[in-house]
Design a protein around this ligand. Structure first.
Ligand SMILES: *Cc1c(COP(=O)(O)O)cnc(C)c1O
Length: 393
């Protein structure tokens, strides 16, 4: 049920669930069941025929999972949300549903390593080719459009170089050419950026990151128009089957409650750390869209509430210096993933983006000295002290 709250902070907590319907249980119960019983054979037949509302089997729908799906739809201002067992399950279900053999995709020049792997596999298996273009100028996109172009796939801010893409410009171009726009909104979350409001067709999420926020679950989400989402639900979600478990859905619902508080703190901390890093002699460049000196700052201000909690920077030296720096950190954890309460640091060239061939990776701006930092919600002074001592040693 959509209750249409005016403020997102309220919707996050109250959308999609009414305790009155479930014995007054304040938090949504975990419906840990694989299947649902029918009163009669006729009722079972009617549910399968879609003539009667109700549950059938948890791969097709589960009440706990649906609370999360409704919350996401409300937050993204989308008609319908879907939950998956991981961000990659969501991304693959969406991209495979929207394309057929010999179609064409245009993608932002940087993206999550496994999404790159998926697109490469779709090319090998189904001749669905992808062109990677610098979307900071829409002319670069326009020259690549062909009759077979089905989807623009966008990450903004781009992982891990933190470039931002002007969604309004790219979406307007897509409209003109009848191309669908899919945005990976993992880094921003709907609290900071809502691509559907700007005209995007589908948003996808790794809910493993900021949405759940506590580093204790792998989960994915997608949202968009009802018709499109129902098509995905009935095909690549149901038949490939990467659905979210009720318990994991419950963990995401719980984490989500504090999303606004966490995102504000992540963003404030990241801005402080970016300022400090910029002044450090061992740091060559800092990439953070919330930095007023950043290239994408004006676009960030146009479409995002703040710069978010993730930044990257290049240190003086190469792979060895980058690894040496990580090894000297005291409480900051060396780990992939992002958006957790803990500050996490990683080396994209040898970790998250190692699957991307060297030459393409360099073209994406991922050098051997680039380090990605997911700034946690600890006191920023402590985070800085740890970074500073490791840089100075
Ligand atoms: C982590 C991540 C993914 C993949 O999500 P999983 O939940 O790990 O499958 C996709 N896109 C972005 C931007 C990510 O950070």
């Amino acid at each position: 049920m959509s209750k249409k709250f005016k403020h997102m902070e309220t919707a996050i907590i109250h959308e999609g669930y009414d305790s009155k319907e479930l014995l007054g249980s304040l938090t949504p119960p975990i419906f840990q069941t694989s299947t649902f019983t029918f009163d009669t054979a006729e009722q079972g037949a009617a549910r399968f025929a879609g003539e009667e509302e109700g549950h059938v089997y948890s791969r097709i729908g589960n009440p706990t999972v649906q609370v999360l799906e409704q919350k996401l739809a409300a937050l993204e201002k989308a008609e319908k949300g879907l939950a998956f067992s991981s961000g990659m399950a969501a991304i693959s279900a969406v991209l495979i549903a929207l394309t057929k053999a010999n179609d064409h995709i245009i993608c932002s020049s940087g993206l999550y390593g496994c999404t790159f792997g998926l697109l490469s596999m779709m090319d090998e298996k189904y001749n669905i080719q992808t062109d990677y273009v610098d979307m900071s100028d829409v002319k670069n996109i326009e020259v690549k459009i062909k009759p077979e172009t089905k989807v623009f796939y966008i990450e903004t801010p781009i992982n891990p170089t933190m470039e931002v893409i002007d969604l309004e410009l790219v979406i307007n171009l897509a409209r003109k050419h009848n191309v669908l726009v899919v945005v990976d909104n993992t880094f921003s979350t709907p609290y900071l950026q809502r691509p559907i409001e700007l005209g995007a067709d589908v948003v996808v999420h790794s809910a493993t990151k900021y949405l759940s926020g506590h580093g204790d679950v792998i989960a994915g989400l997608a949202a968009g128009k009802k018709e499109l989402m129902e098509q995905i639900a009935a095909t690549t979600q149901k038949d490939i089957g990467g659905v979210l478990s009720p318990f994991d859905a419950w963990l995401v619902i719980r984490g989500l409650k504090t999303l606004p508080l966490r995102m504000d703190r992540h963003s404030d901390n990241a801005l402080e750390i970016a300022e400090k890093l910029k002044q450090h002699p061992k740091v060559k460049r800092v990439f953070y869209p919330g930095d007023p000196d950043a290239l994408g700052y004006s676009v960030m201000r146009k479409q995002m509430k703040s710069g978010g909690g993730t930044l990257s920077f290049e240190i003086d030296g190469g792979k060895e210096e980058a690894q040496g720096f990580l090894n000297k950190l005291q409480f900051i954890s060396i780990a992939v993933s992002l958006g957790d309460t803990e500050t996490l640091i990683q080396h994209p060239a040898t970790m998250t983006h190692a699957v991307i061939p060297d030459e393409r990776r360099r073209k994406m701006g991922i050098t051997d000295s680039l380090i990605r930092l997911s700034v946690g919600i600890e006191a920023w002074q402590d985070i800085w002290e740890d970074l500073d001592q490791a840089l100075n040693r």
